[in-house]
Design a binder for this molecule. Structure first.
Ligand code: IMP
Ligand code: MG
Length: 421
């Protein structure tokens, strides 16, 4: 069976730490979508490490790591990531496998991302500008280059053909990007990566599963950024929900087992787009400060707000979440009052379903209030040890979402994780 772990909000739910913890029980960790727009933060021996394309199982000697076909790979970024890991994990390359079918991010994809965002002006998505959207556009437009192409003898020819197309496209934008300097490092990185272990990942995974290997699919970004179900057009370009695992790794739905859904105890969003429970006030500021809500990839400050159970119930439904994991519960330690949105007032009509379009509709969240707790969660070592008000808060969330909480993370440390059984 293949278990799944994914974010239920707008990304940055703390997936890195949880995968790193769960990796103990798995033989293979596989990324199925996204690319270097992701930033999965882990603390290893007290040192902060941010993973972008490499699965978060890399710090476990027994884990193999697969970059699946649904991922888009920036060769330069991946090479740098590997080089940064080698001193910490000298055997990283022997445990890393890359799908032939994964698509490549070209320097001109990054240029197109930047030019297209600049042209959007006020309506910009707030993309991480890693070339994600343009690379996926070429994939669905049937023009893309795949990782396996690096090994082909006409790689340069294929590259030139696509880059020429992009150069034409770049001419329509006023915003000029000096991407030419990115070409040489791109080819150097491709050369470096051509020596890595590439696999037909659908067969490779099938064999591993038949041998009884335990696989965990690691999601990137979050469900509310899903290309189909997120707050379109303010989304990323891949399927971030559980369905993306089947496409992104080549496994059948019948093989999916547990689906772990991660949510913070509050909400954040980085970049543009609707955010019903956003707090534009001191409380929001306080969440940002205590939660250290600054982007791992871009350093941008994240927008903060209360937990949104309407959105959460929607994303739990979309992925068939079997276990919830709540992270950063300790960030709420010093708040006197804690709120959660339980319905929306959408253009005057109360609903607990996510409307089709929340960009052009005025949404007023309907809140349920909880008293803050008097004992810091961060110092608790087990769920039973937590204050009663906190346990009631968790109980309410479970009932609302009709889903059990499996773990609660109460700090950045590897040991600050409480299991609930
Ligand atoms: P893109 O995927 O870089 O094109 O960005 C599209 C939107 O998704 C922007 O609002 C980004 O801020 C957001 N986004 C992309 N990746 C992540 C992530 O890993 N965490 C949080 N937000 C992300
Ligand atoms: Mg992140």
């Amino acid at each position: 069976m293949i278990d799944v772990l994914l974010g239920l909000q707008w990304g940055d739910e703390g997936k890195g730490k949880i995968v790193d913890f769960l990796a103990e029980g798995y033989d293979i960790i596989a990324r199925f979508q996204g690319g270097p727009n992701a930033g999965h933060t882990l603390y290893v021996n007290g040192k902060k490490v941010v993973l972008r394309t490499i699965p978060s199982g890399v710090f476990h000697k027994h884990c193999l790591n697969l970059i699946g076909n649904g991922v888009v790979i920036d060769p330069v970024s991946l090479m740098q990531e590997i080089e940064q890991l080698i001193p910490m994990q000298p055997d990283v390359l022997s445990r890393l496998f890359i799908a032939h079918r994964a698509h490549l991010i070209l320097p001109t994809h990054r240029a197109l991302d930047a030019a297209s965002e600049a042209a959007k002006g006020e309506e910009k998505i707030g993309s991480t500008l890693k070339g994600i959207g343009p690379a996926y556009m070429d994939k669905t437009g049937r023009n893309g280059l795949r990782f396996g192409d690096i090994l082909s003898k006409d790689f340069r020819k294929k590259y030139d053909k696509l880059a020429q197309k992009h150069i034409q496209m770049l001419r329509q934008y006023d915003h000029k990007i000096e991407w030419e300097q990115w070409e040489e490092p791109f080819f150097e990185a491709c050369e470096y990566l051509s020596k890595l272990q590439t696999v037909n990942s659908e067969y490779w995974l099938d064999k591993q599963l038949k041998q009884g290997k335990r696989v965990l699919a690691e999601g990137a970004q979050g469900s509310m950024l899903d290309i189909d179900y997120g707050t379109y057009p303010f989304v990323t370009s891949s399927n971030t929900i559980a369905a993306g695992v089947c496409n992104g790794l080549g496994v059948a739905p019948s093989r999916i087992g547990e689906v772990y859904g991660i949510t913070k105890a509050y909400c954040t969003r980085v970049g543009g787009g609707p955010f019903p429970t956003e707090l534009d006030d001191e409380t929001g500021e306080e969440l940002r400060r205590v939660g250290n809500e600054f982007g791992a990839v871009t350093g941008r400050s994240r927008r903060c707000g209360w937990l949104d159970l309407v959105a959460l119930k929607y994303t739990v439904m979309l992925s068939g979440v079997t276990k919830l994991i709540i992270t950063k519960a300790d960030v709420l330690d010093n708040f006197k009052e804690i709120k959660v949105a339980v319905a929306y007032n959408a253009d005057g009509i109360e609903t607990n379903e996510l409307p089709y379009d929340i960009c052009d509709v005025s949404i007023e969240p309907v809140y349920k209030k909880f008293d803050g707790w008097d004992k810091p969660i961060s110092s608790c070592s087990s769920f039973n040890d937590t204050p009663e008000v906190f346990r009631n808060y968790c109980d309410y969330i479970e009932k609302y979402l009709e889903t059990k909480i499996g773990y609660i993370s109460n700090g950045t440390g590897r040991d600050q994780l409480m299991a609930i059984f």
